[in-house]
Write a protein that binds this ligand. Structure first.
Ligand SMILES: NC(=O)c1ccc[n+]([C@@H]2O[C@H](COP(=O)([O-])OP(=O)(O)OC[C@H]3O[C@@H](n4cnc5c(N)ncnc54)[C@H](OP(=O)(O)O)[C@@H]3O)[C@@H](O)[C@H]2O)c1
Length: 262
């Protein structure tokens, strides 16, 4: 099985922490040159410093905010001038705030749509020419199992993820012929700051302890535990590899079996 990413450049969003950081790590372990993107420079610096360079790769970071698409465009255009083609794009950023959908403000939908769908689209448009020229492209979107079963208390997120999944499937149909695949990884409960925030909010609302809420979440998972970020990242790294060349347009849950649908 060909897993090596030697000679490939990868751009990973939301890579200063959580799942994105773990994806950057796994891609580096497979030999890719990785560019980590997020807002916090100090966190990016330590994430880059911790990346392995098993095949003499060069890693770097880009400080950018998905809320500012014009600046993001300029920064990624500059990156492309510098590195040439980027073969692997991992679309990932912080999740939208939780809460019941009936109480959600329009602004929250617009923000989530911008940071998730529109940024994914912008980055894909910028990177696709290089992927096509190299006849190797992997676009991997980290979204959520909510594309299969909407999750309670995450109304804005549920709605936005479906848009991303529909966008990804449509793009997969268009660009497959150029050697570019587009797939979604759907994390279940994964031990990151995002999950901690959701548990804390749920605990405050229910008048229960965070430990009780965490335990109740685990009861929905056949494996009875949360994922480690690297377990989600391993799926993304496999999809990025040559071995996954014929996997296109899928939603891959990495959720310990929590999703009930087939
Ligand atoms: N953890 C879970 O249980 C779980 C389950 C299902 C789905 N997901 C989804 O998976 C994705 C990643 O989750 P996670 O748990 O890894 O989240 P996380 O630990 O909160 O990490 C989010 C990352 O995104 C960056 N980020 C946030 N806002 C940004 C912005 N406006 N522009 C650029 N970068 C930004 C953060 O860095 P800076 O703050 O430095 O920018 C950080 O690197 C999210 O969409 C989340 O909803 C997570």
């Amino acid at each position: 099985m060909e897993l090596s990413l030697q000679g490939k450049n990868a751009l990973v969003g939301g890579a200063s922490a959580g799942i994105g950081r773990a994806v950057a790590q796994e891609l580096a372990l497979l030999g890719a040159n990785v560019i980590l993107l997020a807002r916090t420079e100090s966190a990016l610096q330590s994430a880059v410093a911790a990346l392995p360079a098993v095949a003499g790769q060069t890693h770097r970071y880009c400080v950018a905010d998905y809320s500012d698409t014009a600046a993001l465009r300029t920064q990624v255009e500059a990156l492309l001038q510098d590195v040439g083609a980027i073969h692997i794009l991992v679309n990932n950023t912080g999740g939208p705030p939780g809460g019941p959908i009936a109480a959600a403000e329009s602004a929250a939908f617009l923000q989530a749509y911008n940071n998730h769908l529109l940024c994914n689209h912008l980055l894909a448009q910028l990177l696709l020419p290089g992927m096509q020229a190299a006849a190797y492209g992997r676009i991997i979107n980290i979204i959520s199992t909510s594309v299969k079963e909407p999750l309670d208390g995450l109304g804005v997120s549920n709605t936005t993820r479906w848009a991303v999944a529909a966008w990804a499937k449509t793009l997969a149909n268009e660009v497959g012929r150029f050697g570019v695949t587009v797939n979604n990884v759907l994390p279940g409960y994964t031990e990151t700051a995002r999950l901690q925030e959701i548990i804390a909010k749920r605990a405050a609302g229910a008048g229960q302890s965070e430990a009780e809420i965490a335990e109740s979440f685990k009861q929905h998972v056949p494996l009875r535990r949360f994922a480690r970020p690297e377990e989600v990242a391993a799926a993304a790294a496999f999809l990025a590899s040559p071995a996954a060349a014929y996997i296109n347009g899928i939603n891959l849950p990495v959720d310990g079996g929590r999703t009930k649908s087939l």
